[in-house]
Design a protein around this ligand. Structure first.
Ligand code: SF4
Length: 499
């Protein structure tokens, strides 16, 4: 906790991790009498992708039921709430805001009754033309309930001249630019769709109930494992899948474009027990560590991960280098978002609440500290500090991705690019800033090799500053971000105050 004047003994927000923020998760299921309960479990598995709000819409074929609120999945849904969510189909969402402020109005799924019938929408991603579409729709008299870009989708569908949900959705999707993995619920069907470049993941799974297929869709396959579904494959870029009592229709609503799968899903966001973009996340992370060890070797006594997301890369680094792996930093998993700081200010108070070094391992040793990213540099500096306080003789920082120099406009909450330390400083300056004895990042070539990207199928824009789409509204997106941070209404703002 640094930077802001704040009286001792007052609550502080303990969210000082210097990372990109997960975006959102979507889940959808058709053909099970306990659809809402299974959606709840699916969202629970996907909680790491968004912790601000959660929501489920279900349908029994006649009536759509909705429950959404701010909070974690198990805070929003209890037995009573789930009992109300009747029906054999449901969609769900967990949210971390990337567009629109963090208020309850922006919690998803969005539910509307329009001329196409009942419609609920859950979205993972960010529409780069969301602002322009909203202006156009507002200019013709429509009123928006919330500030999220997602709300343009039901508006576009309501305005469509196409008579039914499926064709209205297709027409609407063709107007969207940017990143979207969508789950939609009508009264008698679910529909999922993915943008033409496949920025964000969307997996398709199946399970059986009383001898019949149950169709399941989720941002990550870890949600399938929890409910006993098996992974079938990806929803393809440019594809929509409609599931109803009449069966399953798979349709390309538009031809796929050159793939731009978010590489950060493999570097950091997704759970290591998930298959994302048809590839094991754990496998990618270990490969990142191995590549890093080959590119930037160093003599040391232990390889220590910054837990939990640095664990797999540290295993890879250790295996490749032959340096023993050790859990020299322990994460406290039970730290809430707020904490009352004691009257006497403690050095590195916030980070110590979450991470504590194992003095027995670290004292007098040369340590390779493996982390998955270094965004503003604030937390890395504190972690290097607490390793030294614990007696580490040398601390060598290794980052399992290239320097992050540019913001994301595809559904990941990133700082303004001038806040990114690698955009302002050389690697040597960053090393000095963190206080490490040496610092090395994985090269872009190494990253591509680690995710086996032989055909150029991943997005690397936050490392290159080159975007795969025309970011026509980049200034508006940056302005939205600044307004959000100035509004005092977003978690990102509060976390920055706490740093
Ligand atoms: Fe992912 Fe970075 Fe591309 Fe955003 S810019 S989609 S975080 S790789």
């Amino acid at each position: 906790m640094t930077g802001q004047a704040r009286p001792n003994g007052s609550p502080v927000i303990i969210d000082n991790e210097d990372r990109f923020r997960e975006e959102c998760a979507v889940f959808a299921i058709f053909g099970h009498p306990e659809a809402a309960n299974l959606t709840y479990l699916g969202l629970y598995a996907l909680q790491h992708r968004g912790q601000e709000s959660a929501g489920i819409c279900s349908s029994d074929g006649e009536t759509v039921h909705t429950r959404k609120a701010m909070g974690l999945v198990n805070e929003v849904f209890g037995e009573a709430e789930l009992r109300e969510l009747k029906g054999h189909m449901a969609i769900g969402h967990t949210r971390y805001s990337t567009a629109g402020d963090a208020g309850a109005l922006n919690a998803q799924p969005f539910y509307v009754e329009c001329n196409k019938g009942a419609l609920a929408v859950a979205h993972n991603g960010n529409l780069t033309n969301g602002h322009a579409l909203r202006q156009e729709i507002e200019a013709s008299g429509s009123i928006f309930q919330a500030t999220s870009d997602t709300e343009v989708i039901p508006h576009l569908m309501a305005r469509s001249r196409e008579p039914d949900l499926r064709h209205a959705l297709r027409e609407s999707l063709l107007r969207l630019e940017g990143a979207y993995s969508l789950a939609l619920l009508g009264r008698d069907r679910i529909i999922v769709a993915r943008d033409q470049r496949g920025f964000r993941p969307l997996a398709y799974g199946k399970m059986q109930h009383e001898g019949r297929d149950v169709h399941v869709f989720a941002s990550e396959t870890c949600a399938f494992d929890l409910i006993g579904a098996r992974y079938v494959g990806e929803v393809k870029p440019g594809e929509m899948i409609i599931v109803s009592d009449e069966g399953v229709i798979r349709q390309q609503f538009a031809p796929p474009l050159a793939r731009s799968q978010c590489v950060f899903e493999h570097v950091y966001f997704s759970r290591p027990d998930s298959t994302v973009f048809d590839r094991s996340v754990q496998e990618s992370r270990e490969a990142l560590g191995r590549c890093l060890a080959r590119e930037s070797p160093v003599a040391a006594d232990y390889v220590v991960p910054v837990p939990d997301s640095g664990n797999a890369a540290a295993i890879g680094f250790s295996n490749e280098s032959g340096i023993p792996f050790s859990n020299g930093l322990i994460r406290n998993h039970y730290v809430g978002r707020t904490f009352i700081e004691p009257k006497q200010s403690i050095r590195n108070f916030g980070v110590k609440l979450k991470l504590n070094p194992v003095r027995h391992i670290v004292d007098g040793k040369r340590v390779v500290l493996v982390d998955d990213s270094l965004v503003r540099g604030t937390t890395s500096r504190k972690i290097v500090g607490i390793m030294r306080d614990a007696g580490a003789r040398e601390v060598h920082l290794r980052i399992s991705c290239p320097p992050t120099i540019a913001s994301c406009y595809y559904g990941v909450d990133t700082p303004d690019s001038n806040e990114l330390i690698a955009n302002r400083m050389s690697v040597e300056d960053i090393r000095q800033h963190t206080g490490a004895d040496s610092l090395a990042y994985l090269s872009l070539k190494g990253l591509k090799r680690a995710v086996a990207d032989t055909n150029g199928e991943f997005c690397y824009s936050c490392y290159t500053g080159k975007y795969p789409t025309n970011i026509v509204q980049v200034e508006q997106l940056v302005q939205d971000y600044r307004m959000k941070n100035e509004s005092g209404d977003s978690f990102a703002w509060r976390s920055r105050q706490a740093e």
